[in-house]
Design a protein around this ligand. Structure first.
Ligand code: ADP
Length: 252
């Protein structure tokens, strides 16, 4: 849990996105086309339809697994939920606020406050210590330095890395780096966590440890996990299956 000073600073540094609704994440009729660029010989730009009329809801405390072959649209859904991507059509709501109607700046602010992201390849900053990586979202949220250090240290202890806080990513194993990434994703106490192949770079045993941490520390939040891996998907309360950008089943 955030200590009071951190919680107060985080919440005052960024507004809550509207009324708290019971559904944390809601995508409605989302279609997305990527422009692929045509090259100088082409007469018109080619596009790839990555999502077609996708509607998904995730409630607080629910872990939803996104499954489907490579190219079926899993990452595009996660990017839409983070607000890093604005779909061509449809709405993406976090707590009832439609991200697609917001400016880039407002979407960034909501992402930083409400969404924790765990990537397949960890995406830690190589020049920063484990603690500085975990504290980074708190810098962006305007949390004072002493509270940031306290929070980052506490989170690293929670993921079992209390003795590695000053290590650089290059001095950590893959599993340890992903544990740092999970601590970083939780730094602002987000209510949504998206994880794209979070165990993709890890061996089975290490992957299971990372999943245990993600689901344990992420409890009570809405979690979306995209993966090909059945063990990873087994943590989900509900599975959504995608094929060619459409939802072919929801609730497996
Ligand atoms: P998945 O995560 O299931 O592998 P993606 O969401 O990454 O699927 O991709 C869905 C479709 O969109 C694929 O056909 C993919 O090639 C295409 N795509 C993804 N990102 C881009 C991009 N930046 N530019 C063009 N096409 C893209």
């Amino acid at each position: 849990m955030l200590n009071r000073a951190v919680r107060k600073t985080v919440s005052s540094a960024s507004e809550a996105p509207g009324e708290r609704a019971s559904t944390t994440v809601r995508l409605t009729d989302v279609t997305h086309e990527y422009g692929t660029g045509g090259g100088f010989r082409s007469r018109r730009e080619r596009t790839v339809t990555a999502l077609r009329d996708v509607s998904i809801e995730v409630d607080p405390g629910e872990i939803v697994g996104l499954e489907g072959p490579s190219g079926s649209g899993k990452s595009t859904i996660l990017h839409a939920v983070t607000g890093l991507l604005v779909p061509t059509a449809g709405t993406v709501e976090l707590h009832g606020t439609d991200l697609t109607t917001l400016s880039d700046r407002e979407r960034t602010r909501i992402r930083r406050r409400h969404v924790g992201i765990v990537f397949q390849r960890f995406h830690l900053l190589s020049s920063l210590s484990a603690r500085a990586n975990v504290a980074l979202p708190l810098v962006q949220a305007g949390v004072p330095k002493s509270a940031r250090r306290e929070r980052a240290t506490a989170l690293l202890e929670e993921v079992g890395l209390g003795d590695r806080i000053t290590h650089l990513p290059s001095e950590l194993s893959g599993g340890e780096q992903q544990r740092v990434a999970i601590a970083r994703a939780l730094a602002t106490d987000p209510d949504v966590i998206v994880a794209d192949e979070p165990t993709g770079e890890l061996d089975t045993a290490t992957g299971e440890t990372v999943l245990d941490l993600l689901t344990d520390l992420g409890r009570d939040r809405a979690i979306l996990v995209a993966s090909h891996d059945d063990t990873t998907l087994s943590v989900a309360d509900r599975l959504i299956t995608l094929r060619d950008g459409t939802v072919v089943s929801d609730g497996g």
